[in-house]
Design a protein. Structure first.
Length: 101
């Protein structure tokens, strides 16, 4: 029959083996979780960068379109102003020519 000391040593060995097994499993689980987290973080960063690039490209395109419309409107207004000044100058020139006669 096994003695109390033999049972205690056997229990101690089994406990140590179980603890070792648990520590190895925990370390493996932790490593797997870290790897998964890193992959998810990498994907999240890539998705965020892509979303930002699309937004930046959209913002840039909108700004360019707005600028082009403003530039076209400013050019049209400036042209209309200069055409009016030219018409006024021609009218004044004709008036002065008529007075000279």
């Amino acid at each position: 029959a096994a003695t109390k000391g033999e049972w205690e040593r056997k229990a101690s060995r089994e406990s140590a083996a179980a603890k070792e097994e648990w520590q190895q499993k925990a370390a493996g689980d932790l490593a797997a979780a870290e790897k998964e987290w890193q992959q998810k973080a990498t994907l999240a960063v890539a998705a965020a960068q892509e979303a930002w690039q699309h937004k930046a490209a959209g913002d840039l395109a909108a700004a360019e379109k707005e600028w082009q419309h403003k530039a076209a409107a400013d050019l049209a207004a400036s042209r209309k102003e200069w055409e009016q000044k030219l018409a006024d100058a021609e009218e004044e020139s004709q008036r002065q020519a008529a007075q000279a006669l």
